[in-house]
Design a protein around this ligand. Structure first.
Ligand code: AHR
Length: 535
């Protein structure tokens, strides 16, 4: 249960955060051919980059679950107990650490009993297009899916229209080992042994779609759920305890900082009878609501504006981390960014309630920049869930009936697998500036980490869509001779993978040598590159 570990506070994060802010603020014109000098100090160890930073979110929304995951056992699409095999294989390859389910806004209207047993209730999904919810993908199917992809459960319980009793019975159904009526029902539904539930979300956006609650009202509800929604699994009593995540902020304005203050102030004085281990934060890259930027068929204007907007994540994380530090200096409570990603206009012709969008090279760059921000804050940010896994918003995978394609964002997650549970290593550099119109962005971004075998990994993003980036990297603590890995780029900022052309944006082999004791890398414009340093 990596999320539980208290990260050491080494002062590195604040140093690097300060640097990044400086880099972002630098507006001086940059000579395109100017080399960028980086220093990586592999002798210094920062916090662990929790593997849960690479978590996913799968809501009952559009084709996220139905068709995306669930096709049913009788489908002609190859499946295992109704779960499509192609999607499982693709997700296994990116080592998904956890999947948040069943929502989102859907969670606060979800009644778990309708999704278990042989007779499923047919209901509606009023949040997302008002379509029929067949409840054929329910608790046991979700757990089977997790088992098939090798991931952990992050269950969001219904605080909006549900009751503490309903949620506590759900957890009893899932986790009781003794032969209670609910445990026997679970066994009759095919799973005699208790399930492991790693993470419990207590509500979703309770300040908005989850019930429009004031912080005070939510707090009183959250304490009750924290107290009574128990995990009975004997294997989760001492070690591997279920971690509870409270609803946190949805932005940086006073309304949200007040929310964080109120929850964390209460946490500071919490008694034995309630506890939380995480505070959720939601932040989409949208520029302005309602989402109007196109997900494909755009140019450099939209590329640079979206990336400028996405980098606001740094300030948001810093702001809420600073509040949390006041009440929880030991960083026991993780900041859990469990909804983030690019949110664009729905694809023309799609149901607007299904949040269907394409996924371009821009999204790959966007994903890398955000993952880097989370990694730099790894002492406090110990879980993040991109929205959403399949066919919805910034997805890993798109499907159309039997067809499936991996998106540019998927490939970033694949490139970043070595960073899961690796130890953060500080990188210092002057990013220079990429300018377009009145938008100024750091030209490059980078993180480094050591994996459990001691191998040093670098992830470097060249934000500039026009110029290659020549980088010289001095490495301390490792005798770097060469670097090998993969790079992801494509002809255009809005290049996408389609069912007909699935490899337009796909990683290619990349290598670099040391010259004069320094690694010399030449990165393509608008690219994400991950390399292992060879000694
Ligand atoms: O991800 C789509 C929606 O965005 C989620 O259901 C909700 O939590 C958020 O507002």
């Amino acid at each position: 249960m990596p999320f539980a570990g208290k990260a050491a506070v080494l002062g590195l994060r604040s140093l690097i955060a300060a640097f990044v802010v400086t880099a972002i603020a630098t507006a001086a014109p940059t000579v395109s051919a100017q080399k960028i000098a980086m220093s990586v100090d592999a002798s210094k160890a920062g916090p662990k980059i929790d593997r849960n930073l690479f978590g996913q979110f799968a809501e009952h929304l559009g084709h996220g679950i139905y068709e995306g995951i669930w096709v049913g056992p009788d489908s002609k699409i190859p499946n295992t107990r109704g779960i499509r095999n192609d999607v499982v294989a693709a997700l296994r390859a990116i080592k998904v650490p956890n999947v948040r389910w069943p929502g989102g806004c859907f969670a606060d209207e979800y009644h778990w009993r309708k999704g278990v047993g042989s007779q499923r209730a047919v209901t509606l999904n009023p949040n997302w297009g008002g379509v029929i919810e067949p409840n054929t993908f329910g608790t046991n199917e979700y757990m089977d899916f997790l088992d098939q992809i090798g991931s952990e459960a992050y269950v969001s319980v219904n605080v909006g229209s549900g009751t503490p009793q309903e949620a506590s019975e759900w957890l009893e159904y899932l986790t009781a080992a003794q032969p209670t009526t609910l445990a026997r029902e679970r066994a009759a539904n095919g799973h005699p042994s208790p399930y492991k539930i790693g993470y419990l979300g207590i509500g979703n956006e309770s300040w908005d779609c989850g019930g429009n609650m004031t912080p005070d009202y939510y707090l009183s509800q959250m304490k009750i759920y924290s107290r009574f929604v128990r995990n009975f699994n004997p294997a989760q009593q001492e070690k591997n305890q279920m971690l509870k995540i409270a609803v946190g902020p949805g932005g940086g304005e006073a309304r949200w900082t007040d929310w964080t203050e109120e929850i964390m102030k209460a946490y500071q004085h919490h008694t034995w009878s309630w506890d939380i281990n995480g505070l959720s934060m939601h932040s989409y890259t949208v520029v302005k609501w309602p989402p109007s930027f196109a997900s494909v068929g755009f140019g450099e204007n939209e590329y640079s504006q979206i990336l400028k907007s996405t980098l606001e994540m740094e300030d948001l994380v810093s702001k809420h981390s600073a509040i949390m530090d006041k009440y929880d200096p030991q960083k026991k409570v993780a900041l859990v960014v469990d909804e983030w990603g690019g949110w664009y206009a729905p694809l023309p012709g799609s149901n607007p309630g299904f949040l269907v969008q394409q996924n371009s090279l821009r999204d790959a760059v966007l994903a890398a920049l955000n993952l880097n921000i989370f990694a730099r804050h790894a002492d406090r940010v110990r879980m993040a869930n991109i929205a959403q896994m399949i066919n919805v918003l910034q997805a890993m995978i798109l499907t159309d009936q039997e067809k499936m394609v991996m998106t540019p964002t998927y490939y970033v997650y694949k490139l970043y697998v070595p960073f899961q549970d690796a130890t953060f290593v500080p990188v210092t550099f002057d990013a220079g500036t990429y300018s377009h119109g009145d938008v100024n962005l750091p030209r490059v971004d980078a993180i480094a980490a050591k994996d459990s075998a001691g191998k040093l990994w670098l992830a470097i993003t060249n934000v500039d869509p026009n110029q290659p980036a020549e980088i010289e990297i001095g490495v301390t603590g490792v005798a770097a001779k060469s670097a090998k890995g993969q790079t992801l780029t494509a002809p255009k900022v809005d290049s996408v993978n389609s069912f007909d052309a699935p490899n337009t944006v796909a990683p290619k082999a990349f290598s670099a040598q040391a010259q004069g004791g320094k690694l010399a890398l030449k990165l393509d414009p608008k690219s994400v590159t991950v390399v292992a340093v060879e000694q």
